[in-house]
Design a protein around this ligand. Structure first.
Ligand SMILES: Nc1ncnc2c1ncn2[C@@H]1O[C@H](COP(=O)(O)OP(=O)(O)OP(=O)(O)O)[C@@H](O)[C@H]1O
Ligand SMILES: [Mg+2]
Length: 387
């Protein structure tokens, strides 16, 4: 059974020595013991026990270089109660199957969708399942350069010794290729087009040329297991449209918001409960308060008082977290509907006066139409809306 840190690979590449020295101490027990102080450890650390259990029992065929079979990777992402594997991404399992199959081909996987629909979470979970590591990540942005994608140099060594494998500093893409790992490219459409274009030959030829070096070091060949998962936001696509040539090298999968209210409510309850526990809050969030919160988010996302701000599930989780923190640290109890109103303005209205007006109308006119004590409280607390 191959180890996640050393997937079953073919011949070593010339970049092996180069990449060895910068390998993260992922399997290092020190990392897990340091976990307690880390706000959000990577998926392979958060779910290390589940990954280990899946590896032990996984006897299904797996693509070359993969740490888990497709079936086990899918169970890791969407959960499998019969094996005690928790559901982490809530969504259509066939989307996960398609995503995994794409990664086993030579095409990249592009996850697109509205903000806060768990594209980043899904790419992190898939990377952790497929290669045991989700931290080979390029965080795309307007200032991203080709150096941050492929490689750069240690300038002190470069001046002292000239270009050499020692002075080369591999970036995530080069490391992923040399080690046969999944590389995540977050928010790819925020990058300038010329940076996006540097992926073209890399994805089709599966090799990076380093012209400054000579001999076998001048080419880094991708090992089995290398693949790319990119994410892009449908709202920000206009920032830098994706180049047509790059589109052809990716299979697109759209991640949709959670359609069913109860499923979304369960997720918000679970995630907010987890965050509150980490924050030292001793009371669980109230289900009736969360239901008001999630319903209000859904109304403000799609209803007649639709806001221009993003009212995603991710935002709902963070408001539910804030509501619980207010209740506990200010009064020593669970958060209430009045706390929801206090927290809503900063999330929903942000800097848009029209959104604030819509939110006021919602609390004024639509909240009293709903039945239940928490809705009545939400309505009564409308004057707490700041701004
Ligand atoms: N379908 C879902 N399954 C699991 N968690 C979800 C889902 N939708 C939203 N979430 C929540 O949202 C959080 C993840 O949001 P994430 O940052 O991955 O979204 P995103 O689509 O990458 O957003 P952005 O476009 O802003 O980058 C999760 O930690 C979880 O709490
Ligand atoms: Mg994201």
């Amino acid at each position: 059974m191959p180890d996640t840190t050393e997937p079953d690979t073919t011949e070593p590449t010339t970049a092996e020595s180069r990449t060895r020295r910068s390998e993260p101490a992922k399997s290092d027990p020190a990392l897990s013991s340091a976990e307690s102080g880390v706000q959000r450890p990577p998926a392979e650390v958060r779910h290390a026990d589940e990954l280990a259990r899946l590896r032990e029992t996984d006897d299904a065929p797996r693509p070359p270089g993969w740490a888990l079979s497709l079936r086990a990777a899918r169970a890791f992402v969407v959960g499998d109660p019969s094996r005690g594997i928790s559901a982490k991404f809530v969504g259509n399992p066939s989307l996960v199957d398609r995503a995994l199959v794409t990664l086993a081909t030579t095409r990249g996987l592009m996850l697109v969708g509205e903000p806060g629909t768990a594209k980043s979470l899904l790419s992190e979970l898939i990377a952790a399942a497929v290669c045991g590591e989700s931290t080979l990540t390029v965080q795309g942005g307007a200032a991203t350069t080709e150096d941050q994608v492929k490689y750069s140099w240690n300038y002190a060594l470069l001046v002292a010794e000239g270009p050499s494998p020692r002075s080369l500093v591999p970036a995530p893409m080069l490391r992923g290729m040399a080690e046969g790992k999944v590389v995540r490219f977050e928010e790819i459409t925020r990058c300038p087009l010329e940076v996006q274009d540097c992926l073209l030959s890399l994805l089709s030829e599966r090799v990076v040329a380093i012209p400054e070096l000579t001999g076998p070091d001048a080419m880094v060949f991708a090992r089995e297991g290398f693949s790319v998962i990119a994410t892009a936001n449908t709202r920000d696509r206009g920032v830098n449209e994706m180049s047509a040539a790059l589109k052809r090298r990716f299979n697109f999968e759209t991640v949709f918001p959670i359609a069913d209210l109860d499923t979304e409510l369960d997720l918000v309850e679970r995630e907010a409960g987890r965050l509150l526990e980490r924050s030292g809050v001793r009371v669980a969030p109230r289900r009736d308060v969360l239901e008001v919160l999630v319903r209000a988010f859904r109304d403000l996302r799609d209803g007649t008082e639709r806001l221009s701000s993003v009212m995603s599930t991710a935002e709902a989780v963070s408001v539910a977290h804030a509501v619980g923190l207010r209740g506990w640290f200010l009064r020593g109890e669970a958060g209430t509907a009045a706390d929801v109103v206090e927290c809503l303005a900063g999330t929903a209205a942000k800097d848009n006066a029209d959104d604030l007006a819509r939110l006021r109308r919602y609390l004024e006119q639509q909240a009293p139409r709903q039945s239940g004590e928490q809705w009545a409280q939400l309505h009564r607390a409308r004057h707490l809306l700041s701004g």
